[in-house]
Design a protein around this ligand. Structure first.
Ligand code: NAG
Length: 185
């Protein structure tokens, strides 16, 4: 019982977030399923819809980091002496994501499945999304969103936020699409 009351006290101190049953049952340390799905969809919209800075601010922590060797391999054109070192962050803050992603064309994708965990949510995805231009080769990938409780703005849109993204996909097919679509036009 002592454990439970300490956990509930921690939730009370944490702010005006309503504690869903699932949160209480797991001692206040677990992201609810509804939040996991909402953050997965928010991330999909941040990549696939016209860029929405307000959504980025709600969905991500200020210290957000994004990692993708698949992206770096493309940036480096597959060359080991390319400009960006494999393993480095593709975005090292929320502000960098807003600046970089905000300047990119949307890349709509379809979520195939969402796997929720206590402090992460994994997405399996593919392009083309239904109703969008068919690429030469479909591209499939996996994204892990690591999340933390939203202690940043208690009345924000989400009760958890995305802290780190690990995103890998078939960058060979992506490259093929870029090259072959260029030949088609
Ligand atoms: C941008 O995101 C915010 C927060 O989710 C939302 O309230 C707003 O309607 C969105 N704007 C557009 C144009 O979708």
């Amino acid at each position: 019982m002592r454990f439970l009351s300490v956990a509930l006290a921690a939730i009370a101190v944490g702010g005006a977030i309503a504690a869903p049953a699932e949160l209480e049952a797991r001692g206040g340390s677990c992201m609810p399923l509804t939040t996991a799905v909402a953050l997965a969809n928010a991330f999909k919209d941040l990549i696939g819809e016209p860029f929405n800075k307000t959504l980025a601010i709600h969905a991500m922590t200020p210290t957000f980091h994004d990692y993708s060797d698949s992206v770096i391999e493309l940036m480096d054109s597959g060359c080991p002496n390319g400009p960006v070192a494999l393993g480095s962050a593709t975005f090292a803050s929320r502000a960098a994501f807003i600046q970089g992603q905000g300047a990119q064309k949307p890349i709509p994708f379809e979520i195939l499945k969402v796997y929720n965990n206590c402090n992460s949510v994994t997405i399996r995805w593919m392009t083309p999304a239904p109703g969008t231009v068919k690429p030469e080769e479909p591209v499939r990938g996996i994204i892990v969103l690591e999340t933390v409780p939203n202690t940043f703005n208690a009345h924000g849109q989400f009760d958890w936020k995305i802290q780190t993204v690990y995103s890998e996909f078939n960058s060979g097919a992506w490259l093929y699409d870029l090259v072959c679509l260029a030949f088609d036009t």
